[in-house]
Ligand binder design. Structure first.
Ligand code: NDP
Length: 282
């Protein structure tokens, strides 16, 4: 039976580390990191996510601001807001909560955030630097997954890592971070022979958004299984992309949903913002 990877507990440790660093920054440099979160319109899920981020920011001692323009804000007006945040020295990290309304191009907005203030690690410069193996602000969710692997002493070098999903915010950066740690990485997507690839995975990360897509019987005995997916079933239950109970019977470690990757994403956002503030001292 697999051991649970307790993302809630690890995330609390990461936040405590960030808080200790914030105390030090304030004491030694009079600097308080600032995080600005932009939430456009009334997407209910975005509201929940942003509240979680604001709460974490307050807990670690950041200044935090939520900017909440209306759904019908024009792209130009949103760009103007981003430029203001870019120029504000109290703001070290900027996060634009996705999805944006349809009339706004997320690529344009993400590219407008100054790369050094890009708390999410989505800016093309940060994504490109990750690809090149250079220092970069890392996308929070895969960065959190790497920390979870570290916590259980899982060393990716030489292991077969399979990442299911190739989005720019989870799957691709996840694959690159595992590659950087010398795993042999396979990226799967909607055209892959999923079962065949999953069956060979020592480390499996699934980020698709389809409830229980990966069957427990496909899991290699002793694998480490990280389930990024968050899906609401008709009965209201939140489940991942992996069939949890049968997968847990075969895996060595598995993340629960909820309480696995989700809390780590927020914790790594705090870490990225802290590092952005620290960089202003150099
Ligand atoms: P996207 O919708 O951007 O990407 C989904 C990926 O899954 C695509 O690459 C798609 O392939 C692939 N896919 C779809 N169907 C299949 C299939 N049948 N077999 C194999 N691959 C398939 O999703 P995100 O990366 O943004 O998010 C994925 C999940 O992770 C969602 O449930 C989301 O809610 C969750 N999430 C959780 C976070 C957390 O903090 N816990 C943070 C971010 C996301 P193709 O490219 O071929 O279309």
């Amino acid at each position: 039976m697999a051991q649970l990877m307790d993302g809630k507990a690890v995330a609390a440790r990461v936040r405590a580390e960030v808080k200790a660093a914030v105390d030090r920054l304030q004491r030694e440099h009079g600097l308080t990191p600032g995080l600005a979160v932009v939430r456009v319109g009334e997407d209910p899920a975005s509201k929940v996510y942003v509240n979680g981020k604001k709460k974490a920011a307050e807990e670690v001692g950041f200044n935090s601001w939520e900017l909440h323009p209306a759904e019908d804000i024009t792209q130009d007006a949103l760009l103007k807001l981003i430029h203001q945040l870019n120029e504000d020295p109290a703001v070290h990290g900027i996060l634009v909560q996705l999805p944006l309304p349809r009339h706004i191009d997320p690529d344009v907005i993400i590219s407008a955030v100054k790369p050094e203030k890009d708390a999410d690690g989505f800016h093309p410069l940060n994504a490109g630097n990750l690809l090149l193996g250079r220092p970069a602000t890392r996308a929070c969710t895969p960065f959190g997954v790497m920390r979870l692997l570290e916590e259980i002493g899982c060393e990716p070098a030489g292991k077969r890592a399979v990442v299911v999903g190739r989005s720019n915010i989870v799957g691709k950066p996840m694959a690159l971070m595992l590659l950087q740690k010398n795993a042999t990485v396979t990226i799967c997507h909607s055209k892959s022979d999923l079962r065949r690839e999953v069956e060979g995975a020592d480390i499996l990360v699934v980020a698709v958004g389809v409830a229980e897509l990966v069957k427990g019987a496909w899991i290699k005995p002793g694998a480490v299984v990280i389930d990024v997916g968050m899906n609401r079933k008709p009965d209201g239950k939140l489940v991942g992309d992996v069939e949890f109970a049968p997968a847990a019977e075969r895996a060595a470690y598995i993340t629960p949903v909820p309480g696995g990757v989700g809390p780590m994403t927020i914790a790594m956002l705090m870490r990225n913002t802290l590092e952005a503030a620290e960089r202003t001292l150099r």
